[in-house]
Design a protein around this ligand. Structure first.
Ligand code: KG4
Ligand code: ZN
Length: 359
């Protein structure tokens, strides 16, 4: 019999983008089992995620993944306390597959169903992995989002800044596409940059030094495009590509560090007790960024919390954990989840000027 403090045990399901994932997590922060099926191979020929292909791939895999994690965890559905599913933001087709499947499992086994906000799941991952206390400053960097959030508690998020155009992961993906490095772009650009000189190309650092905490990456992406056009056929040279990738990656790290420093100063200026600086999302796997944030944290005297590599990108352990936090805080709603393409964590935040801004 499991100790009481390990309850609730939650099955998490994640299908909001191109990762199909399931996990079983206990309230004592143990991941009893988790599995992620990445659809990379299916989307690679198109250079980006194709929503219809994603939805179909989720539908084909999800049942088996759920069965697998339950077996690995040694848990029967009847022993679970709840089922959690990402209900947004994300691609509606994929979200529907997850929500329909989760509803079926919950109904058959008479379990509560918890609808999870994907961004909140990323935001609370550091409490699963490191058990850190509220409040903290969160830098969320993924394929669809680039935000600085002040995290006060479960369900209590204040957006200090966000991108006014492209998300940072999107910029990595687009640069990789321009250079023919394949999808997803982040890991490909990072690999290419290993042998490159980060000072070889003088690229812009958009919004660096500004009073506010917003981000912008489209100008940087355009500068890379212009550099490629100027290079002509030489842009295919691996040495030059390495230099361009290293220069781009350095520019991104410089922008993220500057904007995060600004947010830290703002939080301090408002007299708030600064706990930790937490990073989350797929781009948090980037080693140059991790190293640059280590330096920033040292200079600013804050504790830096970086997720382990397997929990940077999309996964279902974070979804199950988010539901555990909501259940424990009495904030899990019983209603049948409605899927939401957009679902901002801080609905009170000012709308952003860029039409492409992801909230
Ligand atoms: O969080 P995530 O898995 O999915 C979203 O919710 O968007 O993030 C995926 C993004 C992609 O844009 C991918 O290129 C980027 O994270 N990424 C990276 C790295 N690994 C993944 N970007 C830079 N460096 C990496 N090592
Ligand atoms: Zn994500």
């Amino acid at each position: 019999m499991a100790p009481r403090e390990s309850r609730p045990w939650v099955l998490g399901i994640e299908t909001s983008c191109d990762e199909t994932a399931a996990a079983v997590v206990a309230a004592d922060r143990r991941i009893l089992a988790q599995a992620v099926y990445s659809q990379l191979g299916e989307h690679a020929p198109y250079g980006g995620v194709v929503p219809e292909i994603a939805a179909r791939a989720h539908a084909e895999r999800l049942d088996r993944l759920i069965a697998r994690v339950l077996t690995e965890a040694g848990v029967t559905p009847a022993e679970l306390d709840a089922v959690a599913v990402t209900a947004g933001p994300g691609l509606v087709g994929g979200l529907l597959v997850g929500v329909v499947t989760a509803t079926a499992v919950a109904t058959v086994h008479r379990l509560p169903l918890v609808a999870v906000n994907h961004l909140e799941a990323h935001a609370l991952t550091a409490r699963l992995t490191h058990g850190i206390e509220f409040p903290y400053l969160l830098l969320l960097v993924s394929g669809g989002h680039t935000q600085l959030l002040w995290v006060e508690g479960v369900g209590c998020y204040h957006r200090l800044g966000a991108t006014i155009d492209d998300a940072v992961g999107e910029a990595f993906d687009k640069v990789a596409k321009m250079l023919g490095l394949g999808y997803p772009g982040g890991p490909a650009v990072e690999r290419m940059a290993e042998d490159g000189d980060p000072t070889a190309f003088a690229l812009p650092r958009p919004l660096v030094g500004q009073e506010h905490c917003q981000f912008s990456f489209s100008g940087l992406k355009t500068a890379v495009r212009q550099a490629i056009l100027r290079l002509g056929p030489r842009a295919a040279d691996p040495g030059i590509q390495a230099n361009l990738c290293a220069s781009f990656q350095q520019a991104v790290a410089d922008v993220l560090v500057d904007r995060t420093r600004r947010a830290l100063q703002r939080v301090r200026g408002e007299g708030r007790a600064l706990g930790s600086l937490v990073v989350a999302g797929g781009v948090a796997a980037n080693r140059t960024l991790r190293a640059a944030l280590e330096v920033l944290a040292g200079e600013e005297g804050v504790q830096l919390v970086l997720p382990p590599f397997d929990l940077c990108g999309d996964n279902a352990a974070m979804v199950a954990w988010c539901a555990i936090e909501r259940l424990q805080a009495g904030l899990a709603t019983a209603a049948v989840p409605r899927v939401r393409a957009r679902w901002p964590l801080d609905p009170a935040a000012e709308p952003l000027p860029g039409a492409g801004a992801k909230a």
